[in-house]
Structure formats: C-alpha cells, structure tokens
Design a protein around this ligand. Structure first.
Ligand SMILES: NC(=O)c1ccc[n+]([C@@H]2O[C@H](COP(=O)([O-])OP(=O)(O)OC[C@H]3O[C@@H](n4cnc5c(N)ncnc54)[C@H](OP(=O)(O)O)[C@@H]3O)[C@@H](O)[C@H]2O)c1
Length: 318
C-alpha cells in the first residue's frame, strides 16, 4: 500500500466535480491510493476522473489502490453486494482493492439531517447481522471483485468478535487518527493482529460539516507541540500531522481540493524522522478529541454518542 492516500469526502462543502478534479490533480502529483465511499455521492465523477487521468498520465490500474465503502443502509447481504457492484460500475473498475463497512451500525437517515434526528429502525452493533454482511463481502473477494476487506469506526470489542468468526479477516482498519485522537489501544490491537491502520481526518478535519463541530473540539493544526515542531523544522502544521502519522505506522488519507495543499501533504513524508523528544511531544497532544461524532447513527435507548465506541469495553446496546 502507498504510505499516504487522498480522501474524497467533500464535507458538504465541495461538490462531486470539484472532488473528482482534486483526485485527477492528486494522481498527477503522484498519489496512488484513493479513499472513496458510496455515501460521498461522487464515485461516478471520481471514476471518470481516474479513467481520464490513467489514460493521460499512462498510469496502470495495478499501480492504483482504490477503496470504497458500504453505507449503513446497505448492511443486508443483497444490498451490500449491490452497493459494491454499483461502486465498481461508478469507479469503472473490475475490481476494487479494499471494501469496508463504513460504520458497524445499520440505520438510514437522509443526507444533512439535524444531529438530533434519529432513525426509529436504527440498531446497535449486532454480531450475527454483521457477520452475514461480512460473508456477503467475502463472496465478492472469492469472485475477484474485491481484493481485501476492512472495518471502520470500530472499537476493540467489535473486531475481536469479527476476527473470531470471519473466514477472511480484515486487512485494514480505518479510524479517526490524528494527534488529538491517537486511539493508542485500538492502534496497537490492529498492529498485534496484522491489520494495517488507516487514519481518517488526519489533519483534524478543519473543514468538517457543522454537525460535527462542538465548542470543546481541539484544533490539531493549532496544538502547541504541532506548531512548535512545524516552526523548528520549517514545515506546515499539516505536514507535521502527516509525518507523525506515517512514522507511527498508519496510512493517512488527507483531503484537499487545492493543488498546493495536495503537493505539500505529499511532501510531508520526506526529511529526517522525528526525534524521540518530538515523538513524545506529539504523543502529549492526545485529547480523545473525536471530531466525527456520528450522533445520527444512534438507536432508540442509546445513552449518548459514547455508545458508538464501547467505552467500558462492552458493546453498547447488545
Ligand atoms: N471512514 C470514515 O468514516 C471516514 C470519516 C471521515 C473521513 N474519512 C476519509 O478521510 C478523508 C480525510 O478526512 P477529512 O476530509 O475529514 O479531514 P482532513 O483530511 O483532516 O482535513 C481536510 C481539510 O484540511 C484542509 N487541508 C488539507 N491539506 C491542508 C494543508 N496542507 N494545509 C492546511 N490545510 C489543509 C483542507 O481545508 P480547506 O478545504 O478549508 O482548505 C481540507 O478540506 C475524507 O476525505 C474521507 O475520505 C473517512
């Protein structure tokens, strides 16, 4: 896998054509890993941008790693398979490199609904239902339409169950990972089980939708250790976040539609590795500052959005 990829969630700010143009720019600059999702509503535009860029730049499909995700409203096996086939068609691929289950909770809500909105049919994690979904995705691996499977937005309790029952274990685990949310235990769990962590919102998602903003949120790009290391090394704070991610061992997938940011993010990977003192200072930035809050996925009877994360080690709602 490439050490860094490019995100494609437009955060309600950037439309499909703008994101697709950014993917084309990213490919020209040298990115080879693209993090897509059916729910981002832009896979068709991205697929045609990838196809055109491959022809223009002489990129072989084997050089690319294209990932997609099954959304919460497609957890039934037939719907999951249909979702992946739809993504394959939109992305103009015979095969995608990775498919993940975007969130481990089945629910449905319209795009952009208020954070207090709840789906009366939403349910907590249900291992039996999840494994039926997983088996459907395994069948797509068997037929060669998908190369690897991935879980996303899980705490340790869920992949522990999944690993026990899966015929094809997850190869990747995508989680919110940036200096103020390091998820050390989950990260170590993944490494110990041979699962490669992928870090989403690696810059602290400064352009995230309003529904994911709270007054207490910390700002990674303004964290004092991030800023002081950036100043001493002549880097942008965003580059410090990405260099930290790659040196720690996760694959960051920063998003940008701006060529100068895409270039600078790619350039973050070079140079002298962080010193032990710099690594310690960056470890100290941790605030368990989850920015992607997911409240609308909660089910009836859930206490708070913390129920999404099994904070006491037990799967909430079971
Ligand atoms: N699995 C999941 O549930 C999940 C959840 C969230 C995200 N993701 C994936 O992760 C990707 C990245 O996450 P994200 O988009 O939330 O956040 P992010 O990558 O942390 O932040 C993206 C924003 O950071 C700013 N930025 C980018 N490069 C910069 C630079 N060099 N200097 C200064 N600012 C810079 C841009 O803001 P401006 O646009 O204002 O310039 C950009 O919109 C998504 O696109 C998506 O593919 C997955």
């Amino acid at each position: 896998m490439p050490p860094i990829g490019v995100g494609t969630f437009g955060s309600d700010r950037y439309g499909p054509d703008e994101v697709a143009a950014a993917v084309a720019t990213a490919l020209r600059l040298g990115y080879r890993l693209i993090d897509c999702a059916s729910v981002y509503g832009n896979e068709a535009q991205i697929g045609s941008a990838i196809e055109a860029a491959m022809a223009r730049l002489g990129i072989e499909r084997s050089e690319l790693r294209i990932m997609t995700k099954v959304w919460n409203d497609a957890h039934e096996p037939e719907a999951a398979v249909a979702s992946v086939r739809h993504s394959l068609a939109d992305l103009r691929c015979d095969r995608v490199d990775v498919v993940f289950v975007h969130w481990p909770f089945p629910n449905h809500h319209a795009a952009g609904v208020d954070v207090d909105s709840r789906d009366p049919h939403a349910s907590p994690y249900d291992d039996e239902g999840f494994m039926r979904l997983w088996a459907a995705l395994e069948s797509l691996v068997d037929e060669g339409a998908v190369a690897a499977l991935e879980v996303s937005n899980v705490s340790i309790a869920k992949p522990s169950l999944i690993l026990a029952d899966a015929r094809i274990a997850p190869t990747f685990l995508e989680a919110e990972l940036h200096p103020t949310v390091q998820q050390g235990e989950l990260f170590q769990f993944a490494v110990d089980h041979g699962i490669q962590p992928i870090g989403y919102s690696p810059l602290g998602s400064p352009s995230r939708p309003e529904r994911d903003r709270a007054p207490e949120d910390a700002v990674d790009l303004e964290a004092s250790a991030v800023v002081s290391i950036a100043e001493s090394r002549g880097l942008h704070p965003a580059q410090v976040c990405l260099k930290w991610a790659v040196e720690r061992g996760q694959i960051p997938i920063p998003f940008s539609v701006k060529e100068e940011q895409l270039r600078s993010n790619l350039e973050a990977l070079g140079g002298e590795p962080f010193s032990p003192a710099e690594v310690d200072a960056l470890r100290g930035v941790e605030r368990n500052n989850r920015l992607i809050k997911g409240q609308v996925f909660l089910w009836e009877g859930a206490d708070s959005r913390l129920d999404l994360w099994d904070v006491d080690g037990r799967i909430a709602g079971r």
